[in-house]
Design a protein. Structure first.
Length: 359
């Protein structure tokens, strides 16, 4: 019988992860609070008959940038205009009039996001800020841009995944670009409350804790299919990095079948000691992607320590994506717990920011 780990969690990251469904509900209310300001952005209110949104750009980094990935994964296939997620300092040259920009930064002081958004606003883009304050909120106020506030009670940006990703979906529904968003969000909340109670209520006997033990001290290699699976895989990777302070890697299907799979032709004696392959599955996979998962598992069985399949539950893309996110967050937290690691503090990130400011 394995002894339960003593959980060290000085910032309440476990509690924040477990509060995901309630955070979604709060995020809907936060987006609704700026509905009138959002409506005022539409030139049609001043008599113009031309649709004004010709493209959507999301600026964000790290735990804030995932908002763009979630938007693209859940709404990208039905939106009538293209979406670009930018995780950098650079503002694309096409951004200007006709561009709707979501600038997402939990702190409001993410230098990449502030710089790119400032250039976008200067070029005539309409900006909606999703932030907890800082320089981004100050600039948005000067531009007359709506600001959806991220609660300051959340301990780290990565714990505010719903607070930053849900408001853009609500805004797009209010602008007539993503009809049915509220229905899908309500479906996700209902599902996640039951899923959360199942996973958290079982403690270290839960599916998430068992998977963390199965991974052990190996490095997760996480694969996801299509936009939804790719967004989930990236989230798993970064949560293992920040919560468990451990290496992790991710790759998307079907792209990995055109390159990465070649890399397992040698060094199997090393990789089978280091890597656990985790395949994130969901109902919206292309049939050929489903076949590729099976074939890749067969090919890689001899070069990894273990292969684990995690299947999303829930109805609709949004529910299934957040189901995978919740599971990944908890797995990463149990990985931290079993090593006696406090998941909250990220001193190396703080140090890097301080050294950047010093220069």
């Amino acid at each position: 019988m394995t002894e339960s780990p003593a959980i060290i969690d000085t910032e309440g990251i476990f509690e924040a992860a477990a509060g995901l469904p309630e955070q979604i509900e709060t995020a809907v209310s936060a987006a609704d609070s700026v509905a009138d300001e959002v409506a005022a952005l539409d030139p049609a209110k001043a008599g113009s008959a031309e649709p004004w949104v010709r493209q959507i750009v999301v600026f964000g980094m790290g735990g804030s940038g995932v908002a763009g990935d979630i938007l693209l994964a859940t709404a990208g296939s039905v939106l009538p205009v293209p979406v670009l997620v930018v995780k950098s300092y650079e503002c694309p040259s096409f951004v200007g009039e006709g561009t709707l920009v979501f600038a997402v930064s939990a702190s409001g002081d993410t230098e990449e996001t502030v710089e790119a958004t400032s250039e976008a606003a200067l070029n005539g883009a309409r900006v909606i800020a999703v932030t907890g304050g800082g320089e981004l909120a100050r600039l948005a106020a000067g531009w007359g841009a709506p600001v959806v506030l991220v609660p300051d009670s959340l301990p780290q940006p990565r714990t505010a995944v719903a607070a930053m990703s849900i408001p853009p979906l609500i805004v797009l529904e209010d602008l007539g670009l993503f009809r049915g968003a509220r229905t899908w969000i309500a479906e996700a909340v209902g599902h996640l409350k039951g899923r959360r109670d199942q996973l958290v209520g079982a403690g270290d006997a839960s599916e998430a804790a068992a998977l963390a033990r199965r991974i052990g001290r190996t490095w997760p290699l996480i694969q996801g299919g299509g936009r939804l699976g790719s967004a989930a895989a990236l989230r798993w990777k970064t949560q293992v990095n920040e919560n468990a302070k451990a290496p992790a890697f991710w790759s998307p299907q079907p792209e990995l079948c055109h390159n990465e799979i070649c890399g397992w032709g040698q060094h199997g004696d090393v990789s089978r000691q280091l890597l656990t392959l985790i395949q994130l599955r969901h109902d919206g996979e292309h049939p050929q992607v489903s076949r590729r998962f099976e074939l890749v598992a067969d090919v890689m069985r001899e070069v990894v320590a273990d292969i684990v399949e995690v299947r999303a539950t829930g109805d609709g893309d949004l529910a299934q994506l957040f189901d995978l996110i919740l599971m990944g967050d908890l797995v990463s937290l149990w990985m931290a717990a079993q090593e006696g690691i406090d998941p909250g503090p990220v001193p190396i990130l703080v140090e890097l920011k301080e050294r950047l400011r010093a220069n």
